[in-house]
Design a protein around this ligand. Sequence first.
Ligand code: GDP
Ligand code: IMO
Ligand code: MG
Length: 425
Amino acid sequence: MTNIVIVGGQWGDEGKAKIIDLLSEKADLVIRYQGGCNAGHTVVTGDQTYKFHLIPSGILYPGKICLIGNGTVINPQVLTEEIENLKAKNIDTSNLYISPFAHLTLPYHIDLDELHEEFLQNNKIGTTKRGIGPTYIDKVGRTGIRIEDIYEKEALNSKFDMILPQKNMVLKQYGKKTYEKEELIEFCQKYAEILKPHVTDTTEITRNAIYKGKNILFEGAQGAMLDIDHGTYPFVTSSSPVAGGASTGSGVGFTHIQKVIGVFKAYITRVGEGPFLTELNNDEGEKLQQIGKEFGTTTGRKRRCGWFDVLIAKYSAFINGLTGIALTKIDVFDDFDEIKICIAYKDKRNGKLYHDYPANTYIHKHLEPVYETMPGWKQDISQIKSFSNLPVNAQSFIYRLELLTGIPIEIISVGPDREQTITRS
Ligand code: GDP
Ligand code: IMO
Ligand code: MG
């Protein structure tokens, strides 16, 4: 039995789904533990590309049990479409199970997300506008609708009696469409029926799996720097993408988890607003964006690009308790003469150097990255299958990152396809 958490080490889109897909082969269960359809997870197998928002990427393997845990927020319409799309591609979804404790993203959450962003104007977060923040606000405020509620008509009715006047008051005040209780009940009942075969006590499934010594993979969404507590607040998402979230978001105590693999891009991308010290607003950034095809999977927005940041990697390694790293997209550097790695931050006011990620977010605006430069390898590495066959400069880059982060790089991804992977342990 080996239970492994896969987390994003940076600001999301590190290639987590590709790594989940790779490791799913040996897993019995794959569990999504937080976030909602703000996530966009891409898996490429031969000529097929699959994009997941809510369903665990492990679903592509027949017979694999896939769970959407209590820590997630579910837009039932998006989930239903995702199930239908998979069925249309002959992918079996009968082993997909949803926690009754997961919260529902309802249409007013999406409106409120948009409204909130409008309000913030120049301070906007740049959310995916999928209603994620408002759904988690209701969860924490104890006014959320959970999956289990949609099967209890009376309870649902009285919950809407309690919640809806508040929502409508805000929506009306700002000239937005308001909602009738009946239409929302109808909406919930429609999806209650569709999703019924998938709703079950997911903790019972995980408990039995653990007692039988099965292998569980926990699929993180977003990334450590988007974590509500540990990320670049307020430019974060509203859940806990860090490894600790796997435990609370699935109901599996952390002593049942043996490994945590952080997925890192060989550079960094970020979608939406917020600080990003190694961001490149120049031709090099543009080159990374184009070669890396850095467009958001969910929103299609251009991703901001910059160099690998060791301070973030070390910070992320600690808060997630990483046991290993999966390094993705190093093939994007194939045509680069030089590659930079940020090894410290310098305070522009007094020259003070930081070798660890500073906790005081107010000083971030005074910092600039200090780089170390490594030579590129100027060679197509996308078909290389073993570490020893990588060009020496690519090997040196990997050894250097291992030394700087102190974490073994166990998986190296050299292309989007399942096959384009080098495994070291
Ligand atoms: P996730 O949200 O972390 O699962 O990542 P996304 O799917 O949003 O974005 C990662 C993108 O990079 C996807 O289009 C993947 O197909 C692609 N990708 C993953 N690994 C590699 C790699 O090693 N090389 C290249 N060139 N593309 C990759
Ligand atoms: P995956 O799982 C990258 C970002 C948004 C925004 C911030 C808050 O594919 O890595 P939200 O809609 O969550 O309230 O937006 O978080 N964001 C992501 N960025 N990858 C993601 O998911 C993201 N999910 C949310 O762009 O900056
Ligand atoms: Mg993504």
